[in-house]
Design a protein around this ligand. Structure first.
Ligand code: PRP
Length: 212
């Protein structure tokens, strides 16, 4: 599925990471006007040598794993949740936030022996976190606004992304424990890195130079 003749294809996470990635590519000297003025188009040229694919975070990983995109820009949160077979080659430094265990302010989460219920969009990250502690928990998958779950007494706590902490604060919640730092990462398909080694390594090195 890897085609050496086509342009280098980069899957880019739509939304929060999009602007920072475009800024980085522009700083590297690439013409990103097509991406900035994209309308509803999903595949766009960046300079003459790169093609950008705009996708949801989890799909960025799927496209890179399958080799239909050579590289991808995606948050460490999605990487930790999905795992997958690809190389993670650079920390891009933007999109910084963290995974945290949080719940109602003042609650002693670890008190008592009852099995705790955890609401989260990230069941794998949550399972791994509590497995390491040797703690048995019940995990409930929530699709968004996870902070609602403890407020509605569906769960004892949440495992979620905290960026500024505003959502927690405005809803009477607080961080109980930090789980892991998050930022945007550059990932590369394993076969692409072999077949287009020079091209990809040059791009990675140009990216690293422009991160400084
Ligand atoms: C994320 C996360 C928190 C919020 C944290 O949600 O799930 O709810 O951002 O940001 P803060 O610490 O700066 O307040 P997102 O906005 O992606 O939407 P969602 O709740 O629908 O997942």
């Amino acid at each position: 599925m890897n085609n050496e003749n086509r342009k280098l294809r980069i899957a880019l996470t739509k939304g929060r990471l999009e602007k920072d990635t475009v800024n980085l590519l522009e700083k590297m000297g690439y013409d990103c006007s097509a991406v900035k003025d994209k309308g509803r188009k999903l595949i766009l040229p960046v300079g003459d040598t790169i093609e950008v694919v705009l996708a949801k975070a989890a799909d960025v990983i799927t496209y890179v794993e399958h080799g239909v995109c050579d590289m991808g820009v995606v948050g460490k949160d999605t990487i930790m949740e999905m795992n997958g077979k690809f190389f993670e080659v650079a920390d891009l430094g933007f999109g910084r936030c963290k995974f945290a265990l949080a719940g109602k302010k003042g609650v002693d989460f670890y008190q008592g022996y009852n099995v705790k219920t955890i609401a989260t969009k990230y069941p794998n990250v949550s399972r791994t976190f509590f497995e390491k502690k040797g703690m048995d928990v019940e995990i409930v998958k929530i699709e968004g606004s996870v902070e609602l779950a403890p407020l509605l007494n569906l769960s004892d706590a949440i495992v979620d992304i905290v960026e500024t902490g505003t959502t927690l604060k405005e809803n009477g919640l607080e961080v109980f424990e930090d789980i892991a730092p998050i930022s945007a990462r550059l990932i590369v398909n394993m076969v692409s890195l072999k077949l287009r080694k020079q091209e990809i390594e040059e791009l990675i090195s140009a990216i690293e130079t422009n991160l400084k």
